[in-house]
Design a protein around this ligand. Structure first.
Ligand SMILES: *[C@@H]1O[C@H](CO)[C@@H](O)[C@H](O)[C@H]1NC(C)=O
Ligand SMILES: *[C@@H]1O[C@H](CO)[C@@H](O)[C@H](O)[C@H]1NC(C)=O
Ligand SMILES: *[C@@H]1O[C@H](CO)[C@@H](O)[C@H](O)[C@H]1NC(C)=O
Ligand SMILES: *[C@@H]1O[C@H](CO)[C@@H](O)[C@H](O)[C@H]1NC(C)=O
Ligand SMILES: *[C@@H]1O[C@H](CO)[C@@H](O)[C@H](O)[C@H]1NC(C)=O
Length: 490
């Protein structure tokens, strides 16, 4: 466009701003849509200090304000439809479709669109349960090769999210920025992929048809990987006009383990998923959890404990948690706190977690059943790992990768290590590499080198020049009184 035209366009936007009506503005705080307060009984039960009381209330109000339409407890989409014929209930069935999700309550990028589906999956022990997920639509489908193809369907990336929490309100499909914003789904959709993302079971729909609780089987990767593949099947069946059958799975942290476990499920259950194997192109596993109890103990013990009884019926919170830890875990369940509440209330390891919790048989037994990365898989897989990751240690991922190279030498496992990069930031720091890797899989390009390949990425400038932390997030400003925060919205 020429300068004259540009000037004209900017000029029209400005003149329309000048002409539009002035709306009274308001100061915008991040907890504006909630007034959560703990009751006296809850404060007593959790033995909470004044600081903890303040912190829990602030985090709860922030988290609630991040939810579109008040979140799963208030949004009708998450209401389970009655069963019409329970005898035919199979995993991968579509239960509900919201073809057009009102985007106005979300902080998603302009010219992306949202749909949500509810579908069946199985829990760790094979019971059929419902869960939900979203599809984030690109403006135009990514095309490969020379010519733009305006009628092309979108290639699919199954996005497996990292830890959001453990209860209904922490469904990424209910989060204004889909929980991972620019680090995951936004980046993928803006590149032209259609993003299908499961809410792992228990996040979104809290109860099954018989009224029983659906725990989020955290780090039980065979379960969460089934949420991903059954959800993909449901999504492909629902939107055949826009979704291509070719797909890649990608995930981070908890979801990095899930993505890796998707490659394991496709290997061991190839015939069950023959329909999906046909279009499968590979997996990107970023900062993947492959040894759950090498994560920080104050966090891993209670977050696995909250659901472990659903796998091992003899397990009680008191097997791992101190009496005050048990009381606090019960309190967090009662208020359905997310990851932010967990990290506040249970920050003190010695106070809340029993010193010898790792000696109980549950720890090894659960690791063996739940950890991704220790079985054969259907490649190719690209593993991304920052060397400065404090949640999923670099050494642990390297060990898992080397074990896979030794045990499955004919399989394709690429390892990309990013020097000096932390846990979530690895997704942004290495985007160009994983995006090209995904593109090449869709293009049908063979891998540069077969088998186990390591690539090291180092910062362009001196390491100390770079900021290592995430210190901002997409703040929804969708009410007229907050409109001043987005100066040129259209
Ligand atoms: C604020 O919360 C209420 C109740 O939870 C919900 O119905 C409403 O959609 C929310 N409003 C906004 C603007 O998010
Ligand atoms: C209900 O299930 C039975 C047994 O699987 C099947 O024969 C029947 O067609 C189903 N009915 C409906 C309405 O789906
Ligand atoms: C464009 O995409 C459509 C739908 O996937 C496909 O049928 C058609 O062959 C494509 N055209 C070209 C030129 O690749
Ligand atoms: C679930 O499966 C595990 C592993 O096979 C088994 O140890 C456990 O007893 C089962 N739990 C339930 C509730 O059936
Ligand atoms: C953690 O709790 C223990 C026992 O109550 C206490 O002695 C210690 O000071 C606490 N640590 C921190 C860092 O608050």
């Amino acid at each position: 466009m020429g300068w004259g035209k540009l000037f004209f366009t900017v000029g029209s936007v400005l003149s329309s701003l000048v002409a539009s009506q002035i709306v009274p503005t308001e100061v915008h705080n991040t907890g504006f849509n909630s007034s959560f307060v703990l009751t006296e009984a809850q404060i007593k039960a959790g033995d909470l200090s004044d600081t903890l009381i303040q912190n829990v209330q602030n985090v709860m109000n922030f988290d609630r304000t991040q939810m579109a339409f008040g979140g799963p407890n208030e949004d009708d989409f998450y209401t389970l439809p009655a069963l019409t014929n329970s005898t035919t209930l199979k995993p991968g069935q579509v239960l509900k479709v919201e073809r057009i999700t009102d985007p106005s309550a979300y902080a998603i990028p302009a010219n992306t669109g949202l749909s949500r589906i509810m579908y069946t999956t199985i829990n760790f022990n094979g019971t059929v349960i419902p869960t939900s997920g979203f599809i984030l639509w690109p403006y135009a489908a990514r095309t490969f090769g020379q010519a733009l193809n305006e009628t092309a369907k979108a290639p699919v990336v199954v996005w497996a999210h990292g830890t959001s929490g453990f209860f209904g309100p922490q469904a990424p499909s209910a989060h204004r920025s889909l929980w991972y914003d620019n680090s995951g789904p936004f980046a993928l959709a803006e590149a032209g992929y259609a993003v299908f993302a499961p809410d792992f079971a228990g996040l979104g729909i809290g109860k099954s048809w018989d009224g029983s609780e659906i725990p989020h089987q955290y780090h039980a990767t065979p379960a969460t990987a089934h949420d991903a593949v059954y959800g993909l099947r449901a999504a492909l069946e629902t939107f055949p006009e826009s979704l291509d059958n070719n797909w890649v799975a990608m995930g981070h942290s908890e979801g990095g383990g899930v993505a890796w476990a998707v490659a394991e499920v496709l290997h061991y259950e190839e015939s069950e998923f023959a329909d999906l194997v046909a279009g499968y192109k590979g997996v990107v596993a970023a900062s993947p959890t492959t040894r759950v109890f090498t994560g920080p103990g104050y966090f891993m013990a209670p977050t696995v404990a909250q659901m472990l009884k659903s796998i091992f019926p003899s397990f009680e919170f008191s097997d791992w948690m101190t009496p005050i830890g048990v009381a606090r875990l019960n309190l967090i369940k009662e208020i359905q706190g997310g990851i932010g509440v967990f990290t506040q209330v249970l920050a003190n390891l010695t106070e809340n977690v029993k010193e010898d919790f790792k000696d109980t048989w549950y720890v090894d037994a659960f690791s063996k059943l739940g950890d991704a990365g220790h079985k054969d898989f259907k490649g190719p897989i690209l593993v991304l790992q920052g060397t400065a990751d404090t949640y999923v240690p670099y050494d642990v991922t390297l060990e898992t990768v080397e074990e896979a190279w030794t045990n499955y030498p004919n399989n394709d496992l690429n390892f990309l290590a990013a020097e000096g990069v932390g846990h979530v930031p690895v997704l942004r720091a290495t985007r160009q590499f994983w995006q090209r890797w995904i593109d090449e899989r869709f293009e049908g390009k063979p891998l540069a080198k077969k088998g186990g390949v390591r690539t090291d990425v180092a910062p362009l400038r001196k390491d100390e020049q770079y900021t290592k932390i995430i210190n901002s997030f997409p703040l929804w400003a969708g009410l007229p009184q907050f409109g001043y925060e987005v100066v040129l919205p259209v």
